[in-house]
Ligand binder design. Structure first.
Ligand code: MF3
Ligand code: CO
Length: 250
């Protein structure tokens, strides 16, 4: 599929879709505490998305069974919520959520601390978020796609963390996943030229240890191969002729 350029009307719909998703994330953040199950988070998120008049876009996507991806500790992304998995003090939990508003998709992820966590885990969460902003600083019309990838890589590298290579960011609009793919690690080429009206989901996934990941037998949950912690931070953004708009911030 080709990269789409959104019209002013479509951009308004993307803005609203993303604004509503930011509300969902805010409420989920406040809900996180030791003792709740990962399924509790899914139920909360699914209910809220529907109350806002939207549809959860992850539910049944290629057979994914839930509305919110909940990934704990060494789980990188796409963890499946269950009643049995109870959040414990000291865990870190990544929430990936998305919704459809009037046909337009939004997508964002946050990693949260459960109660008190180690300084090392907090650092991983912070640096992952900072790497997103370092990448997005390059996201403007006239720059190239891989300027984003290179900036994320350059930000992470001095910390010695593993940048996940098997999963990437993506274009987004009337589909959850549109072209282009957006790697979070350095590229040799420059990639396509960015144009105003592109909407992109930029989403670094960063491991405290090595970059390698594997899939659990559920065929969804991605975990770090070395068992190290992993963090995820994602927003849907709009390319403009000036500074990018980060549409899913609260
Ligand atoms: N946020 C994820 C992404 O960017 C989507 C989750 S995949 C799903 O690709 F199947 F769970 F929907
Ligand atoms: Co995404």
């Amino acid at each position: 599929m080709a990269v789409t350029i959104k019209s002013e009307r479509e951009i308004e719909l993307m803005r609203e879709s993303c604004r509503l998703l930011a509300i969902v994330h805010k409420e989920l953040e406040e809900y996180i505490r030791p003792g709740i199950s990962t399924l509790d988070i899914d139920v909360k998120g699914d209910t809220l998305i529907r109350k806002l008049g939207c549809v959860p876009n992850f539910k049944d996507y290629n057979g994914y069974p839930a509305s919110i991806c909940v990934s704990v500790n060494d789980e990188v992304v796409h963890g499946i919520p269950t009643k049995k998995r109870i959040l414990q003090e000291g865990d870190i939990v990544s929430l990936d959520a998305g919704l459809i508003y009037k046909g337009y998709h939004s997508d964002a992820a946050r990693t949260h601390a459960v109660g008190q966590i180690s300084p090392q885990a907090q650092k991983l969460i912070d640096v992952t978020m900072e790497s997103f902003f370092a990448g997005v600083k390059m996201a403007k019309a006239g720059n190239h796609l891989f300027d984003i990838s290179n900036a994320i890589d350059a930000y992470i590298r001095p910390h010695g963390y593993g940048i996940v290579r098997d999963l990437v960011g993506h274009g987004i609009g009337t589909s959850l996943h549109e072209d282009p793919q957006i790697p979070n690690f350095a590229q040799r080429r420059r990639g396509l030229k960015l144009q105003a009206g592109m909407t992109l989901a930029v989403e670094p996934m960063i491991n405290m240890g090595r970059a390698d990941v594997e899939w659990l037998d559920d065929n969804w949950t991605v975990v770090t191969e070395d068992g190290s912690l992993s963090a995820h931070y994602e927003n849907t953004i709009l390319i403009t002729d000036g500074e990018p708009e980060i549409l899913t911030l609260y």
